[in-house]
Design a binder for this molecule. Structure first.
Ligand SMILES: Cc1ncc(COP(=O)(O)O)c(C=O)c1O
Length: 369
């Protein structure tokens, strides 16, 4: 077993290599600076106030979150500017947003006339101006209006006294199903085009759009470099994972996150470890990605495949290999999808190239509300 002190930890543990994390964040920050765009990381990846603060210290303008729960945690951590990138559609959630508005700038997503009107009805008598950004569809076919419908929604928003339309954004999550770099490039160009076309149509109709925001991890360095785009929102790019490696977006050495696991059983044809689906997840990547092999990449034994997971067991078949591993041996596994794995742990054990330097909370763990 290697000598670094991460191998002395109990398992399964979520390990974060701070050196790699900093390198990855610095890369995004340099990209944003050199292209004159804002960096608004999606924090669903790390769910950590410490990492959000690091991103802000390095130049992020604010964060993106998926849920009001994540926004509550980020506000508690002192993050001053938060885009909630989901069209909130209940009064209960709007009342939670209202409570946050005294502490941070909160931007809400609007993607239909009905939902925009619901926000307006809630805030109308409260004399509050709500910043909203309109979501447009660029091919993922999830939320978002089509570019040519943007003016209709924007015009409606203009009639709602408590809403102030300031931006347009899209998410090209379908880039995860791409099978070539050319396909990623094509998706990224359409991603930027959806935002720029809808903004142009609004501006022609006299509605000015300040923020034009794009950016998934596979696409942001292409779409974010297109003239007119003002902001990128990558999430996963601070950790990377085997899906990104499979897509050709990152190398194994770029992956900052691993799960430490111990061998609990060695049989003649298999090894069993203590990382199962409750830690590594069965998730093989979002939106139809098919690039990964097994349930993670075993760094110390790359020739072995973690083929089967049950909840607390991971099974590595031994084909013709003589088992080189013994009970109590440890290994680090790069997950297929970092974001879902983080949500399975209370804490990160933070290390610099194998030497433990601290423990950080996953503050917004489970805040899917
Ligand atoms: C609206 C929005 N922005 C940004 C992201 C970040 O994407 P990625 O993790 O690929 O960088 C996501 C991911 O789901 C998203 O939904």
């Amino acid at each position: 077993m290697p000598s670094e002190n991460i191998y002395k930890l109990d398992t399964p543990s979520l390990l974060l290599n701070l050196h790699t994390l900093e390198k990855n964040v610095d890369h995004i920050v340099r990209f944003a600076a050199s292209h004159g765009v804002n960096y608004r990381p999606h924090i669903k990846t790390h769910k950590s106030i410490d990492i959000a603060k690091m991103q802000m210290d390095k130049g992020a303008v604010g964060v993106t979150v998926a849920t009001v729960g994540e926004a509550e945690v980020m506000t508690r951590g002192g993050i001053p500017n938060i885009l909630i990138a989901y069209p909130i559609a209940t009064e209960t959630k709007l009342s939670r947003v209202e409570a946050l508005m005294t502490q941070a700038t909160i931007i809400l997503t609007v993607d239909s006339i009905e939902q925009a009107s619901l926000i307006d009805r809630y805030f109308k008598d409260k004399h509050v101006q709500v910043n909203v950004w309109m979501k447009v569809n660029s091919g993922l076919n999830r939320c978002g209006v089509e570019a040519e419908e943007a003016v209709e929604l924007a015009t409606h928003i203009q009639t709602l006294a408590s809403l102030s339309l300031q931006g347009i954004f899209t998410h090209a999550g379908h880039s995860y199903a791409a099978t070539s770099q050319e396909e990623i490039e094509e998706i990224a160009k359409k991603e930027a085009e959806a935002v720029l076309t809808s903004s142009e149509l609004c501006e022609k109709a006299g509605i000015s759009i300040t923020h034009k925001s794009v950016g998934s991890t596979p696409t942001y360095q292409i779409s974010g470099a297109i003239e007119g785009i003002t902001e990128v929102r990558p999430g996963n790019a601070i950790f990377f994972d085997m899906v990104q490696v499979g897509l050709g977006v990152a190398h194994v050495e770029d992956c900052a996150l691993t799960v430490l696991s111990t061998v609990g059983s060695v049989k003649k044809d298999r090894i069993v470890i203590d990382a199962g689906s409750k830690t590594l997840h069965l998730d093989k990547g979002a939106h139809g990605n098919e690039s990964v092999m097994g349930h993670g990449y075993i760094k110390e034994y790359p020739h072995l495949t973690l083929e089967r997971l049950s909840e607390e067991h991971g099974v590595i078949p031994l084909k013709d290999e003589i088992p080189e591993l013994r009970v109590t041996d440890k290994m680090t596994i790069i997950p297929n999808h970092a974001c879902t794995v983080v949500n399975a742990f209370d804490t990160y054990t933070v290390h610099r190239n194998g030497e433990v330097i601290g423990v950080w909370d996953v503050h917004a763990r489970g805040r899917n509300d």
